[in-house]
Design a binder for this molecule. Structure first.
Ligand SMILES: Nc1ncnc2c1ncn2[C@@H]1O[C@H](COP(=O)(O)OP(=O)(O)OP(=O)(O)O)[C@@H](O)[C@H]1O
Length: 249
């Protein structure tokens, strides 16, 4: 098993009457971007929370480089993650925010300045994060995820709130992370955001994998990624709409 592989194996998780995860199973390989795509409520965030040990599955397991995330001694040096870009201490500057996390992991200021540059935050690093747009918060979240120079990255909806220029930057940036050999899992509910970035897609609906395939293979059987995605997820979207849950929003 590669050091830099995320394995999700048969996860099941129920919240009250909602079966959020229903046998979720896939592997994220190093050196490529894996798109994690599905309609609202499909179980993407729950899967990521289980990978990080923030939610406990009813059954199944998630391993990060062969180990449960909770057992890793310096977790940020294994898996960098961005789950909620809005979750920031608003009065703290971006740089101080990064310094605070870096110190908790035994990392120094030099690493902080390196990730500020990588994420394109040089011009705003000494401004309070509370005044940041969502797009800038996403960049700060990416900088945080990179602090430990981890071989694996997991980003939940990193394109949210980004303007077209930011989206193009993000795609190129994710590609460069994969070229460096990292395993990159990126969730989105829009196939188009991952166009020209992901080489593998895990399409999910109703808590389980509907397709786990190379983008090139998907394009061989459909005229566009969007068309393939809509075909695969139609049932999941209709189910959520009929049950009055948020997929209809
Ligand atoms: N803490 C919770 N309590 C109750 N229900 C929850 C909780 N977390 C998630 N759910 C439900 O589990 C299902 C899966 O949610 P999840 O957030 O994982 O989906 P998602 O694919 O990330 O969707 P979105 O794109 O809207 O974020 C949804 O029906 C959601 O309402």
């Amino acid at each position: 098993m590669s050091e830099a592989t995320i394995v999700v194996d048969g996860l099941r998780k129920r919240f009250g009457s909602t079966q959020a995860l229903d046998g979720m199973t896939f592997t994220v390989q190093p050196g490529r971007i894996t798109g994690f795509i599905g309609p609202n409520g499909a179980g993407k965030s729950t899967t990521m929370r289980v990978i990080l040990g923030l939610d406990r599955p009813d059954s199944g397991a998630a391993l990060v480089g062969g180990q449960p995330y909770r057992t890793l001694r310096r977790p940020l040096c294994h898996l960098g993650s961005l789950l909620d870009a809005a979750a920031l201490q608003p009065s703290r500057t971006a740089r101080n925010h990064l310094l605070w996390i870096a110190h908790s992991q035994g990392l120094g200021a030099r690493r902080v300045d390196a990730v500020i540059e990588e994420a394109g935050l040089q011009g705003v690093a000494r401004r309070a994060a509370g005044g940041f747009s969502l797009g800038m918060r996403q960049r700060l979240g990416i900088a945080m995820a990179l602090l430990g120079d981890p071989p694996m990255l997991m980003l939940d909806e990193p394109f949210n709130g980004m303007d077209p220029e930011g989206i193009i930057w993000m795609r190129g940036f994710l590609r460069s992370l994969a070229r460096q050999g990292r395993a990159v899992l990126v969730s989105s509910h829009l196939m188009s955001e991952l166009q020209d970035a992901a080489s593998q897609v895990v399409i999910v609906g109703r808590g389980r994998v509907l397709a786990d395939t190379a983008v090139a293979d998907l394009l061989r059987t459909s005229s566009s990624l969007e068309e393939a995605y809509l075909k695969l997820t139609r049932d999941a979207v209709e189910y959520r709409a009929a049950n009055g849950t948020e997929a209809a929003r």
